[in-house]
Ligand binder design. Structure first.
Ligand code: GLN
Length: 437
Protein backbone atom coordinates (compact mmCIF):
# COMPACT_ATOMS: atom_id res chain seq x y z
CA UNK A 1 0.00 0.00 0.00
CA UNK A 2 1.28 3.42 -0.92
CA UNK A 3 2.18 5.85 1.85
CA UNK A 4 1.14 8.77 -0.37
CA UNK A 5 4.51 10.40 0.30
CA UNK A 6 4.55 12.12 -3.10
CA UNK A 7 2.14 14.50 -4.81
CA UNK A 8 4.00 14.23 -8.11
CA UNK A 9 6.38 11.38 -8.93
CA UNK A 10 8.73 12.55 -11.62
CA UNK A 11 12.45 12.04 -12.07
CA UNK A 12 14.64 15.09 -12.49
CA UNK A 13 18.17 13.99 -13.32
CA UNK A 14 21.16 15.94 -12.06
CA UNK A 15 24.72 16.23 -13.37
CA UNK A 16 26.63 13.03 -14.01
CA UNK A 17 29.01 13.53 -11.12
CA UNK A 18 29.26 15.42 -7.87
CA UNK A 19 29.07 14.64 -4.15
CA UNK A 20 25.47 13.38 -4.43
CA UNK A 21 25.87 11.31 -7.63
CA UNK A 22 23.75 8.17 -7.39
CA UNK A 23 21.68 9.63 -4.55
CA UNK A 24 17.90 10.06 -4.72
CA UNK A 25 16.20 13.06 -3.15
CA UNK A 26 12.54 13.89 -2.41
CA UNK A 27 11.79 17.62 -2.60
CA UNK A 28 8.92 19.18 -0.63
CA UNK A 29 6.23 20.46 -2.97
CA UNK A 30 6.62 24.12 -1.94
CA UNK A 31 10.14 24.24 -3.46
CA UNK A 32 10.08 25.33 -7.10
CA UNK A 33 11.15 22.87 -9.80
CA UNK A 34 11.38 24.13 -13.37
CA UNK A 35 8.87 22.34 -15.58
CA UNK A 36 7.58 20.14 -12.74
CA UNK A 37 4.30 21.00 -11.01
CA UNK A 38 4.68 22.57 -7.58
CA UNK A 39 1.37 22.55 -5.68
CA UNK A 40 2.26 23.43 -2.05
CA UNK A 41 -0.28 20.75 -1.13
CA UNK A 42 -3.04 23.10 -2.30
CA UNK A 43 -5.83 22.75 -4.85
CA UNK A 44 -5.11 26.41 -5.62
CA UNK A 45 -1.85 25.40 -7.35
CA UNK A 46 -3.03 22.10 -8.80
CA UNK A 47 -1.76 23.01 -12.27
CA UNK A 48 1.04 25.46 -11.40
CA UNK A 49 4.33 24.68 -13.16
CA UNK A 50 7.21 26.97 -12.12
CA UNK A 51 9.35 28.45 -14.91
CA UNK A 52 12.53 28.27 -12.79
CA UNK A 53 14.33 26.17 -10.20
CA UNK A 54 14.77 27.15 -6.56
CA UNK A 55 18.44 27.75 -5.73
CA UNK A 56 18.51 24.59 -3.58
CA UNK A 57 17.22 22.56 -6.54
CA UNK A 58 19.94 23.98 -8.79
CA UNK A 59 22.47 23.00 -6.15
CA UNK A 60 21.07 19.46 -5.91
CA UNK A 61 21.37 19.06 -9.68
CA UNK A 62 24.91 20.47 -9.71
CA UNK A 63 25.82 18.00 -6.94
CA UNK A 64 24.67 15.08 -9.11
CA UNK A 65 21.52 14.17 -7.15
CA UNK A 66 18.46 12.62 -8.79
CA UNK A 67 15.18 14.16 -7.66
CA UNK A 68 12.51 11.44 -7.54
CA UNK A 69 9.44 13.53 -6.84
CA UNK A 70 7.64 16.32 -5.09
CA UNK A 71 6.74 15.36 -1.55
CA UNK A 72 3.36 15.69 0.11
CA UNK A 73 2.87 18.41 2.72
CA UNK A 74 0.31 20.31 4.75
CA UNK A 75 -1.28 22.97 2.55
CA UNK A 76 1.26 25.84 2.24
CA UNK A 77 3.10 24.32 5.24
CA UNK A 78 0.23 25.05 7.60
CA UNK A 79 -0.05 22.08 9.89
CA UNK A 80 1.94 19.46 11.74
CA UNK A 81 0.51 16.17 10.46
CA UNK A 82 0.33 16.43 6.60
CA UNK A 83 -3.44 16.02 6.94
CA UNK A 84 -4.28 19.50 5.61
CA UNK A 85 -2.90 18.50 2.18
CA UNK A 86 -5.45 18.75 -0.63
CA UNK A 87 -3.91 15.51 -1.99
CA UNK A 88 -4.79 13.31 1.01
CA UNK A 89 -2.75 12.43 4.10
CA UNK A 90 0.60 10.61 4.12
CA UNK A 91 0.97 7.53 6.32
CA UNK A 92 3.77 7.08 8.83
CA UNK A 93 5.93 4.21 7.51
CA UNK A 94 6.77 3.12 11.06
CA UNK A 95 3.08 2.59 11.88
CA UNK A 96 0.65 3.29 9.07
CA UNK A 97 -2.22 4.07 11.43
CA UNK A 98 -0.37 7.21 12.51
CA UNK A 99 0.52 10.55 10.94
CA UNK A 100 4.09 11.11 9.70
CA UNK A 101 4.12 14.59 11.25
CA UNK A 102 4.31 17.71 9.17
CA UNK A 103 4.26 19.86 7.44
CA UNK A 104 7.13 18.12 5.55
CA UNK A 105 5.49 14.72 6.20
CA UNK A 106 5.96 13.38 2.67
CA UNK A 107 9.67 14.22 2.76
CA UNK A 108 10.27 12.42 6.08
CA UNK A 109 8.07 9.43 5.20
CA UNK A 110 9.86 8.97 1.86
CA UNK A 111 13.25 8.88 3.61
CA UNK A 112 12.07 6.63 6.46
CA UNK A 113 10.53 4.17 3.97
CA UNK A 114 13.55 4.16 1.66
CA UNK A 115 11.59 5.76 -1.20
CA UNK A 116 14.37 8.38 -1.30
CA UNK A 117 17.85 8.51 0.25
CA UNK A 118 17.49 12.13 1.28
CA UNK A 119 14.85 14.85 1.31
CA UNK A 120 14.38 18.58 1.54
CA UNK A 121 11.70 20.06 3.75
CA UNK A 122 10.97 23.58 4.94
CA UNK A 123 10.75 24.58 8.57
CA UNK A 124 8.71 27.64 9.56
CA UNK A 125 7.85 26.47 13.06
CA UNK A 126 9.13 22.90 13.15
CA UNK A 127 8.12 21.36 9.85
CA UNK A 128 11.45 19.62 9.22
CA UNK A 129 12.09 18.53 12.82
CA UNK A 130 8.53 17.41 13.63
CA UNK A 131 8.17 14.85 10.80
CA UNK A 132 11.78 13.72 11.27
CA UNK A 133 10.96 12.96 14.92
CA UNK A 134 7.67 11.22 14.12
CA UNK A 135 9.19 9.06 11.35
CA UNK A 136 12.42 8.17 13.20
CA UNK A 137 14.83 10.02 10.90
CA UNK A 138 17.11 13.07 11.18
CA UNK A 139 15.96 16.60 10.28
CA UNK A 140 17.90 19.85 10.52
CA UNK A 141 16.57 23.42 10.53
CA UNK A 142 19.44 25.75 9.61
CA UNK A 143 20.12 29.20 11.04
CA UNK A 144 18.12 31.86 9.18
CA UNK A 145 20.32 33.07 6.33
CA UNK A 146 22.38 29.89 5.94
CA UNK A 147 20.32 28.48 3.05
CA UNK A 148 18.76 30.42 0.18
CA UNK A 149 14.97 30.74 0.21
CA UNK A 150 14.88 31.73 -3.47
CA UNK A 151 12.20 29.58 -5.07
CA UNK A 152 10.63 28.49 -1.77
CA UNK A 153 6.95 29.49 -1.86
CA UNK A 154 6.69 31.76 1.19
CA UNK A 155 4.40 30.96 4.11
CA UNK A 156 6.04 33.10 6.85
CA UNK A 157 9.28 34.34 5.38
CA UNK A 158 10.89 35.82 8.52
CA UNK A 159 10.75 32.41 10.21
CA UNK A 160 11.44 29.76 7.59
CA UNK A 161 14.42 27.91 6.18
CA UNK A 162 14.78 24.93 3.87
CA UNK A 163 16.42 22.00 5.68
CA UNK A 164 17.73 18.48 5.03
CA UNK A 165 16.14 15.16 6.13
CA UNK A 166 18.15 11.91 6.10
CA UNK A 167 18.53 8.54 7.78
CA UNK A 168 21.78 9.57 9.50
CA UNK A 169 23.18 12.77 10.98
CA UNK A 170 26.17 12.61 8.65
CA UNK A 171 23.95 12.33 5.55
CA UNK A 172 21.79 15.25 6.68
CA UNK A 173 24.93 17.31 7.28
CA UNK A 174 26.35 16.36 3.87
CA UNK A 175 23.12 17.57 2.24
CA UNK A 176 23.42 20.81 4.21
CA UNK A 177 26.95 21.20 2.82
CA UNK A 178 25.44 21.08 -0.68
CA UNK A 179 22.50 23.49 -0.19
CA UNK A 180 24.01 26.13 2.14
CA UNK A 181 25.88 29.26 1.12
CA UNK A 182 25.31 32.75 -0.18
CA UNK A 183 22.92 33.42 -3.05
CA UNK A 184 22.79 36.72 -4.92
CA UNK A 185 19.03 36.16 -5.29
CA UNK A 186 18.33 36.02 -1.52
CA UNK A 187 19.63 39.04 0.38
CA UNK A 188 19.30 37.30 3.79
CA UNK A 189 22.24 35.12 2.71
CA UNK A 190 24.36 38.10 1.60
CA UNK A 191 26.89 38.75 4.35
CA UNK A 192 29.04 40.83 2.04
CA UNK A 193 26.27 43.43 1.79
CA UNK A 194 25.00 43.18 5.34
CA UNK A 195 22.48 40.34 5.14
CA UNK A 196 21.09 38.69 8.31
CA UNK A 197 22.48 41.29 10.73
CA UNK A 198 25.89 41.19 8.98
CA UNK A 199 27.19 38.96 11.78
CA UNK A 200 30.38 38.24 9.93
CA UNK A 201 33.05 40.90 10.05
CA UNK A 202 34.91 39.58 7.05
CA UNK A 203 31.79 39.51 4.89
CA UNK A 204 32.23 35.77 4.37
CA UNK A 205 29.12 33.60 4.59
CA UNK A 206 29.33 31.10 7.51
CA UNK A 207 28.96 28.14 5.15
CA UNK A 208 32.10 29.14 3.26
CA UNK A 209 34.54 27.69 5.79
CA UNK A 210 32.33 24.94 7.19
CA UNK A 211 32.24 21.20 6.68
CA UNK A 212 29.06 20.02 8.34
CA UNK A 213 29.46 16.35 7.42
CA UNK A 214 32.93 16.25 8.98
CA UNK A 215 31.44 17.55 12.24
CA UNK A 216 29.45 14.29 12.64
CA UNK A 217 32.34 12.73 14.58
CA UNK A 218 30.41 11.83 17.75
CA UNK A 219 32.87 13.68 19.99
CA UNK A 220 30.90 15.24 22.86
CA UNK A 221 33.59 14.89 25.49
CA UNK A 222 33.58 18.21 27.38
CA UNK A 223 30.43 19.55 25.71
CA UNK A 224 27.92 21.26 27.98
CA UNK A 225 24.33 20.36 27.13
CA UNK A 226 21.67 22.67 28.60
CA UNK A 227 18.42 20.88 29.37
CA UNK A 228 15.51 23.27 28.90
CA UNK A 229 13.39 22.44 31.93
CA UNK A 230 10.45 24.63 30.86
CA UNK A 231 9.84 22.39 27.86
CA UNK A 232 9.72 19.12 29.81
CA UNK A 233 6.77 19.89 32.07
CA UNK A 234 4.00 19.47 29.53
CA UNK A 235 5.49 16.53 27.65
CA UNK A 236 4.16 12.95 27.48
CA UNK A 237 5.89 10.74 30.10
CA UNK A 238 6.90 8.16 27.51
CA UNK A 239 8.66 10.88 25.52
CA UNK A 240 10.42 12.25 28.61
CA UNK A 241 11.64 8.75 29.49
CA UNK A 242 13.36 8.34 26.10
CA UNK A 243 14.73 11.88 26.37
CA UNK A 244 16.28 11.20 29.79
CA UNK A 245 17.80 7.94 28.54
CA UNK A 246 19.45 9.79 25.65
CA UNK A 247 20.88 12.34 28.08
CA UNK A 248 22.31 9.52 30.25
CA UNK A 249 23.95 8.22 27.15
CA UNK A 250 25.51 11.60 26.33
CA UNK A 251 26.82 11.90 29.89
CA UNK A 252 28.38 8.45 29.56
CA UNK A 253 30.24 9.80 26.52
CA UNK A 254 31.72 12.70 28.50
CA UNK A 255 29.13 15.43 28.04
CA UNK A 256 28.06 17.51 30.99
CA UNK A 257 24.39 18.43 31.41
CA UNK A 258 23.09 21.53 33.17
CA UNK A 259 19.53 22.74 33.66
CA UNK A 260 18.58 25.97 31.94
CA UNK A 261 15.33 27.88 32.08
CA UNK A 262 13.88 29.98 29.28
CA UNK A 263 10.98 31.85 30.83
CA UNK A 264 9.86 33.42 27.58
CA UNK A 265 9.08 30.10 25.86
CA UNK A 266 5.76 29.98 27.66
CA UNK A 267 4.64 32.73 25.23
CA UNK A 268 6.34 31.34 22.13
CA UNK A 269 3.39 29.46 20.63
CA UNK A 270 1.11 32.50 20.85
CA UNK A 271 3.76 34.83 19.44
CA UNK A 272 4.63 32.39 16.66
CA UNK A 273 1.05 31.96 15.49
CA UNK A 274 0.36 35.71 15.44
CA UNK A 275 3.52 36.37 13.41
CA UNK A 276 3.15 33.33 11.12
CA UNK A 277 -0.51 34.08 10.34
CA UNK A 278 0.20 37.78 9.79
CA UNK A 279 2.98 37.03 7.32
CA UNK A 280 0.85 34.34 5.68
CA UNK A 281 -2.06 36.73 5.13
CA UNK A 282 0.29 38.96 3.17
CA UNK A 283 2.30 36.25 1.36
CA UNK A 284 -0.82 34.40 0.20
CA UNK A 285 -2.46 37.50 -1.29
CA UNK A 286 -0.89 36.65 -4.67
CA UNK A 287 -3.10 33.55 -5.01
CA UNK A 288 -6.05 35.33 -6.57
CA UNK A 289 -6.66 33.27 -9.70
CA UNK A 290 -5.04 35.94 -11.88
CA UNK A 291 -1.44 36.36 -10.79
CA UNK A 292 -1.25 32.83 -9.37
CA UNK A 293 -3.71 30.04 -8.75
CA UNK A 294 -6.73 28.43 -10.35
CA UNK A 295 -9.18 30.96 -11.68
CA UNK A 296 -12.58 31.26 -10.02
CA UNK A 297 -14.14 32.24 -13.37
CA UNK A 298 -14.77 35.75 -14.63
CA UNK A 299 -18.41 36.39 -13.72
CA UNK A 300 -19.10 39.47 -11.65
CA UNK A 301 -16.61 42.10 -10.59
CA UNK A 302 -12.99 41.67 -9.47
CA UNK A 303 -13.92 41.15 -5.81
CA UNK A 304 -16.35 38.37 -6.72
CA UNK A 305 -13.83 36.59 -8.93
CA UNK A 306 -11.01 36.97 -6.38
CA UNK A 307 -13.22 35.71 -3.53
CA UNK A 308 -14.44 32.75 -5.60
CA UNK A 309 -10.90 31.66 -6.53
CA UNK A 310 -9.89 31.71 -2.86
CA UNK A 311 -13.10 30.10 -1.63
CA UNK A 312 -12.57 27.19 -4.03
CA UNK A 313 -8.77 26.98 -3.98
CA UNK A 314 -7.91 27.19 -0.27
CA UNK A 315 -8.66 24.61 2.42
CA UNK A 316 -10.10 25.30 5.88
CA UNK A 317 -6.82 25.76 7.75
CA UNK A 318 -5.43 28.21 5.18
CA UNK A 319 -8.64 30.25 5.27
CA UNK A 320 -8.59 30.35 9.06
CA UNK A 321 -5.02 31.64 9.07
CA UNK A 322 -5.47 34.25 6.34
CA UNK A 323 -8.51 35.61 8.21
CA UNK A 324 -6.77 35.68 11.61
CA UNK A 325 -3.58 37.15 10.13
CA UNK A 326 -5.50 39.88 8.35
CA UNK A 327 -7.30 40.66 11.60
CA UNK A 328 -4.07 40.80 13.63
CA UNK A 329 -2.56 43.30 11.19
CA UNK A 330 -5.62 45.51 10.82
CA UNK A 331 -5.58 49.13 11.97
CA UNK A 332 -6.54 49.36 15.62
CA UNK A 333 -5.41 45.82 16.43
CA UNK A 334 -1.87 45.93 15.12
CA UNK A 335 -0.35 47.12 18.40
CA UNK A 336 -2.43 44.73 20.46
CA UNK A 337 -1.38 41.57 18.61
CA UNK A 338 1.38 41.93 16.03
CA UNK A 339 3.53 44.34 18.01
CA UNK A 340 3.12 42.31 21.22
CA UNK A 341 4.17 39.19 19.34
CA UNK A 342 7.28 40.97 18.06
CA UNK A 343 8.15 41.99 21.63
CA UNK A 344 7.78 38.38 22.75
CA UNK A 345 9.99 37.31 19.82
CA UNK A 346 12.74 39.68 20.99
CA UNK A 347 12.43 38.27 24.51
CA UNK A 348 12.80 34.69 23.26
CA UNK A 349 15.98 35.74 21.41
CA UNK A 350 17.43 37.31 24.56
CA UNK A 351 16.58 34.22 26.62
CA UNK A 352 18.45 32.00 24.18
CA UNK A 353 21.45 34.36 24.22
CA UNK A 354 21.59 34.01 28.00
CA UNK A 355 21.24 30.23 27.86
CA UNK A 356 24.19 29.97 25.49
CA UNK A 357 26.33 31.69 28.13
CA UNK A 358 25.86 28.51 30.16
CA UNK A 359 25.74 25.74 27.58
CA UNK A 360 27.19 24.85 24.16
CA UNK A 361 23.96 23.31 22.90
CA UNK A 362 20.45 23.00 24.35
CA UNK A 363 18.34 19.85 24.45
CA UNK A 364 14.58 19.25 24.47
CA UNK A 365 12.28 16.52 23.22
CA UNK A 366 11.55 17.51 19.59
CA UNK A 367 7.82 16.89 20.01
CA UNK A 368 6.06 16.77 23.37
CA UNK A 369 3.84 13.91 22.16
CA UNK A 370 4.01 10.68 20.17
CA UNK A 371 2.69 10.75 16.57
CA UNK A 372 -1.13 11.05 16.74
CA UNK A 373 -3.35 8.46 15.05
CA UNK A 374 -4.48 9.44 11.53
CA UNK A 375 -7.62 11.58 11.68
CA UNK A 376 -7.31 12.46 15.37
CA UNK A 377 -6.03 16.05 15.14
CA UNK A 378 -7.93 17.72 12.34
CA UNK A 379 -10.88 19.10 14.27
CA UNK A 380 -8.83 20.60 17.10
CA UNK A 381 -6.52 23.29 15.69
CA UNK A 382 -5.50 24.56 19.13
CA UNK A 383 -4.24 21.13 20.16
CA UNK A 384 -2.25 21.02 16.95
CA UNK A 385 -0.70 24.44 17.58
CA UNK A 386 0.34 23.42 21.11
CA UNK A 387 2.21 20.44 19.66
CA UNK A 388 4.72 23.01 18.31
CA UNK A 389 5.77 24.26 21.77
CA UNK A 390 9.35 22.94 21.55
CA UNK A 391 10.08 23.79 17.93
CA UNK A 392 8.70 27.33 17.38
CA UNK A 393 11.00 29.12 19.88
CA UNK A 394 13.91 28.16 17.61
CA UNK A 395 12.30 29.82 14.57
CA UNK A 396 11.42 32.94 16.56
CA UNK A 397 15.13 33.24 17.46
CA UNK A 398 16.33 32.24 13.94
CA UNK A 399 18.60 29.56 15.46
CA UNK A 400 19.73 26.16 14.12
CA UNK A 401 18.30 22.91 15.54
CA UNK A 402 18.37 19.23 14.68
CA UNK A 403 16.05 16.35 15.55
CA UNK A 404 17.75 12.99 16.00
CA UNK A 405 16.07 9.65 16.80
CA UNK A 406 16.11 8.76 20.50
CA UNK A 407 14.44 5.35 20.41
CA UNK A 408 10.79 4.36 20.41
CA UNK A 409 7.90 4.29 22.84
CA UNK A 410 4.93 1.98 22.20
CA UNK A 411 6.43 1.23 18.79
CA UNK A 412 6.48 4.91 17.77
CA UNK A 413 9.61 7.04 17.22
CA UNK A 414 10.75 9.72 19.67
CA UNK A 415 13.04 12.56 18.60
CA UNK A 416 15.56 14.55 20.60
CA UNK A 417 16.10 18.17 19.60
CA UNK A 418 19.48 19.89 19.92
CA UNK A 419 19.52 23.67 19.50
CA UNK A 420 22.68 25.63 18.71
CA UNK A 421 23.75 29.25 18.81
CA UNK A 422 23.48 31.26 15.59
CA UNK A 423 25.44 29.47 12.84
CA UNK A 424 26.39 26.76 15.36
CA UNK A 425 25.39 23.97 12.93
CA UNK A 426 28.65 22.09 13.51
CA UNK A 427 28.02 21.92 17.26
CA UNK A 428 24.53 20.44 16.90
CA UNK A 429 25.66 18.00 14.21
CA UNK A 430 28.48 16.81 16.48
CA UNK A 431 26.19 16.35 19.50
CA UNK A 432 23.49 14.68 17.42
CA UNK A 433 25.97 12.21 16.01
CA UNK A 434 26.80 11.22 19.60
CA UNK A 435 23.10 10.61 20.35
CA UNK A 436 22.93 8.43 17.28
CA UNK A 437 25.97 6.40 18.36
N1 GLN B 1 3.00 23.50 12.62
C1 GLN B 1 3.51 24.82 12.39
C2 GLN B 1 2.48 25.62 11.61
O1 GLN B 1 1.50 25.06 11.27
C3 GLN B 1 4.80 24.76 11.65
C4 GLN B 1 4.65 24.61 10.21
C5 GLN B 1 5.92 24.75 9.42
O2 GLN B 1 7.02 24.74 9.98
N2 GLN B 1 5.76 24.95 8.13
O3 GLN B 1 2.65 26.77 11.35
Amino acid sequence: MSLNAFITEETIAGDADGPLAGTTVAVKDNISTEGVRTTCGSAMLESYVPPYDATVVERLKDAGATIVGKANMDEFGMGGTTETSAYGPTKNPVDEGHVPGGSSGGSAAAVAAGEADLALGSDTGGSVRNPAAFCGVVGLKPTYGLVSRYGLVAYANSLEQIGPIARSVEDAAALLDVISGPDPRDSTTRFDVGGEDAESETGAHPATDSNYAAAADGDVDGTTVGVVTDLLDGADERVVERFEAALDDLRAQGAETVEVSLESVEHAVQAYYVIAMSEASSNLARFDGVRYGESGGFEGNWNDAFARAREEGFGEEVKRRVLLGTFALSAGYHDKYYKKAQDARAWVKRDFDDAFEEADVLATPTMPVLPPALGDSLDDPLQLYLMDANTVPVNLANLPAISVPAGEADGLPVGLQLIGPKFGEEAIVRAASAVEA
